[in-house]
Write a protein that binds this ligand. Structure first.
Ligand code: ADP
Length: 502
């Protein structure tokens, strides 16, 4: 068999890619997925459309490239994380729209839980900051708010899954109800260290245990896709949440290796090896990395909520750009930022702040500031926010980062990556294949089925395309970063400022 099939189910599209024995992507197809916003802050998707778009993209990639299902050694699945689906185990019908990771409908419940005496214990156990982002409160909301659902769940008629679980249950015609450690670690229901669903957490969120999937390794045969989907049975042998898949796709399988993905937001993950990381002193998340063998794998994670999305905002809301790519030339046309800083806190600030009430601002405007300054300040903001994550990781671990591997849609921007190297003071390395999410899923499936011999072979595939070396003098770096911090302080919510003074 000549290929691996990676299914990459993202927030805006489902993609399917084929990889050959050298770990090279030979084809990719995608189908869009719609989001609905029924109330301010609410984000939903149709779980059936997610499934159909994923199946359609896989069928399209096979058909357009004339590859038979019998020539596929295994399927690897990677998915938008935390998004929550509940369905009837007898009919397969979802009982409610999928609640997407971005959805804030459970923010009040989470704010209350964060004030509960048990809050510190929840964070210690799960590695997570209490927030509406994770699946536990979303699942609780469905059980509380959709008529009749709690009784059906208690009777054992309903199943819960993140998107990986939903796809696998359907692809295996309902025979496998599974998730992997990386996805399970985003639910707030799993004990991070033991890798088991936790009774105390299930009690806090009031979740019947029988709804939950079995947790399996990220690299191992989890089930078999039934023949009618793609024309022949195919083992499903890799599962990982998108950011953990990207970490694997960057061949970061060992402690100390890290990547940052520049997409809508930024997600920086640092592999920390076989032991659960201590609770972060800087509000980073403890999470499971993709597990490839019998031993657990952990990572710390920091996220920037608005990164490439701020470029999109300049283009679509402000009309400052006609394309995202235009930002590179405009930013590079200036010798410096002219003292202009943009804090794109459209939905609050993530790590190391977790200030949900922060809001965006632009500071330092003079009459000399123009379009290019705003664009430059936007790209710089992505880099300052990333530096804050990396600083937090280094402060937590006491280990300096040697280099940062990068990927994601905005990682094509050379100004962005050079400024990132300058403001971080470390080399930034862009790999030849920046579609690391699908690649990671393929690696996990390939290692489980002997298509690849193991981590060593997969590591040998990784190639740098370009390295950006830091060129900014240290004095300048700290001056700019200090000014950024002042701008962030102005964007903070009143509640955050008050708590910082205590
Ligand atoms: P996601 O997977 O989060 O949907 P992608 O990885 O596809 O996102 O990246 C898309 C994001 O990258 C968009 O927010 C877009 O504004 C930004 N982007 C794309 N190209 C560039 C560019 N050349 N410079 C800066 N930002 C860019």
């Amino acid at each position: 068999m000549s290929y691996l099939l990676a299914l990459d189910e993202g927030t805006t599209s489902a993609r399917a890619a084929l990889y050959n024995r050298k770990g090279e992507r030979v084809a990719m197809e995608s189908f869009p997925i719609a989001c609905a916003y029924p109330h301010p802050g609410w984000v939903e998707q149709d779980a059936r459309q997610i499934l159909q778009a994923q199946i359609d993209s896989a069928r399209a990639v096979l058909a357009r490239h004339r590859v038979e299902a019998t020539d596929i050694a295994a399927i690897g699945i990677t998915n938008q994380r935390e998004t929550t689906v509940v369905w009837d185990r007898h009919t397969g019908e979802p009982v409610a729209p999928a609640i997407v990771w971005q959805c804030r409908r459970t923010a009040d419940f989470c704010a209350e839980l964060a004030r509960d005496p048990r809050a510190a214990e929840i964070t210690r156990k799960t590695g997570l900051v209490i927030d509406a982002y994770f699946s536990g409160s979303k699942l609780r909301w469905i059980l509380e708010s959709v008529a009749g659902v709690r009784a059906r769940a208690k009777a054992g008629d309903l199943l819960f899954g993140t998107v990986d679980t939903w796809l696998i249950w359907n692809l295996t015609n309902g025979s496998d109800h599974v998730t992997d450690y990386s996805n399970a670690s985003r639910t707030m229901l799993m004990d991070l260290a033991t890798g088991q669903w936790d009774d105390e957490l299930l009690k806090i969120f009031d979740i019947p245990r029988q709804m939950l999937p079995r947790i399996v390794s990220s690299s191992g045969i989890a089930g078999t896709a039934a023949a009618h989907h793609f024309g022949a049975e195919i083992p499903i042998a890799g599962i990982a949440g998108d950011q953990q898949a990207a970490l694997a796709g960057q061949a970061c399988f060992r402690a100390g290796l890290s990547k940052n993905t520049y997409g809508t937001g930024c997600f920086a993950l640092l592999h920390t090896g076989e032991h659960a990381p201590a609770v972060s002193r800087h509000k980073l998340l403890g999470t499971r990395a993709a597990q490839t063998g019998p031993t657990a794998a952990f990572a710390v994670e920091g996220s920037v909520f608005v990164a490439g999305a701020a470029i999109q905002w300049l283009r679509d809301q402000m009309g400052v750009l006609s394309t995202a790519a235009e930002s590179e030339g405009l930013a590079a046309s200036l010798a410096n930022n002219g003292g202009v800083y943009f804090v794109p806190a459209f939905v609050g600030m993530g790590a190391p702040y977790w200030d949900a009430g922060a809001r965006g601002l632009i500071t330092g405007l003079t009459a000399a500031a123009g379009r290019a300054h705003i664009v430059r300040a936007t790209l710089e903001a992505i880099c300052y926010q990333t530096r804050e994550l990396i600083d937090a990781m280094e402060a937590d671990s006491g280990e300096p980062l040697r280099e940062l591997r990068v990927d994601g849609g905005a990682a094509v921007n050379n100004f962005l990556l050079q400024f990132q190297a300058d403001i971080l003071g470390r080399p930034i390395v862009r790999p030849a294949d920046v579609e690391t999410t699908a690649l990671g899923a393929a690696y996990l499936a390939g290692m489980a089925t002997g298509f690849f011999s193991g981590i060593g072979e997969v590591e040998s595939f990784w190639r740098a395309e370009r390295t950006f070396e830091p060129a900014m003098p240290e004095g300048k770096r700290s001056e700019l970063f200090g000014e950024w911090k002042q701008a962030v302080a102005k964007a903070a919510s009143k509640a955050f400022q008050d708590s910082a003074q205590k």
